[in-house]
Design a protein around this ligand. Sequence first.
Ligand code: FES
Ligand code: FES
Length: 163
Amino acid sequence: MEIMREITVTVNVNGIPVRAAVSPQESLLDFLRYRAGATDVKCGCNKGDCGTCTVILEDRAVKSCLVLAAQADNRRVWTVRGLEKDPLMQALQESFATHGAVQCGFCTPGMLLTAKNFLEHNPKPDRAEIKEAIAGNLCRCTGYKKIVDAIAAVAASRTGDRA
Ligand code: FES
Ligand code: FES
C-alpha cells in the first residue's frame, strides 16, 4: 500500500502564519480548528451543505470544509475572531444582535463572514441580492428574514439609504 506523504503548508490565519505538516486530504476547516486553534470556525455538515464553516480566503468567502489546507498554502485566511476590530464586521455583529438575527448562533460566524465579504463587493444590494448571497448558509432558527433585515440595515447605514 502506498503511504500518502505529508506536505508542509503555511497558512496565514488572522494575520499569524501557521505552519504544519498535513496530509494532502486535510481540509482547511480541520487545519483551522485543530492546528491554528481557530475554534470560532464551526463544523456542521462537513460536506459543503450548511455554510457554517465559512471563512474568508484572501478576498473570497469559502466553505472551509470544501477547501484543502494545501490550497490555502501561502494564502491569508480570516475568521470572525480575526476581524473583531473590523468596522464592517462590528456593524454586522451589532445589527445581527439588534435585529434578533442570532438565536442558537450556530450559523452566525459563517453568516457574518459571508455578509461582510458580500457587502465589500456589493455595498448597495437589494433584498433579493442579500438572500442570494446567504443562500449557501443554512439557518435553522431565524427564518432568514431577521438576518436579511440585519444585513440590509448595515448596507443602508453605510450608503446613507433607509433600510
Ligand atoms: S461544515 Fe462546511 S458547509 Fe457544512
Ligand atoms: S441562529 Fe440557529 S442556525 Fe441560525
